[in-house]
Ligand binder design. Sequence first.
Ligand code: FES
Length: 291
Amino acid sequence: MSTFQRQVTPLDRRTTEPLPNGGSIEYEEFPVTIDVTGCLLYSLFQNHWQEVELGHMVDGSVLELEFTQAPKICRLYDGYLTVVAEGWHMHLCLEENLGGPLCTTPVELRQKRLVSQAALYRRLNAQGQARSWGIQFWNGAGEKMMNLFLPNPFIGEQEDLLPENKPNLEKLGLYEQLRQIYVLGEQDIPFAENPLKQPYVSVCRSSRCNPSQNWQPTYEALKGAIADSDLNVEVINSGCLEVCKMGPVVFYSGDRTWYTRVTPDIARDIVQEHILEGHKLKKHLYPKEAG
Ligand code: FES
């Protein structure tokens, strides 16, 4: 049964980081559960991609990447959210990264990689006036990870600075809305379920496990079998699924299962026996179950 909660429980955690130039950054934290961070990021990348930029900002380095069209991929795999835009892509660790089918990521590294703190922020100048707005993420070692830049009312359409006394305050609407939903819990999350937790089944199309490039019939068989069922499961093909042998390799995100040597017939059995009836196909599991 789903435990998804549409209302965020506020953390009531506000901090201020002084800046060497006399300004400061005000942070208002929100929970880093996958249902909160997943919904927040999915909604930004799917519904507000024209308004946000992604990057990082540390002493000596600023990176700002914008979307020129909606991201082609926005998906969770082994803890990492992957977003693929035109010309660049990003990964952000929102859940424990176990390390593929063999769980090879050391426990300490799983904790270090994970987003462990997140906050909406406002950068203030030395006079205490807010001048930029965004979202900051920290990893398990307390290091700043990427941040998202939210619309800035002092910047015009051509990235030009507007006259100081003529900010376009409507541009603060997105920040205010996110604050209401994710920091204050005064509005519901705009999804009935976490969209990043919608199950999918993926076939590896990389050549290392598929020298004969024979993933397509498996992919087509999966698509057909899912279409013939009432299942709400997406069928995709993807890059490496960390098995790299005995292809075609298939991954089912619903319960984190990998299969090898998946012929079209086996693909149809996976849909019927595993996804519909709940019994894994032991002969094709990777790794094999002990015993
Ligand atoms: S190349 Fe297919 S699983 Fe790695």
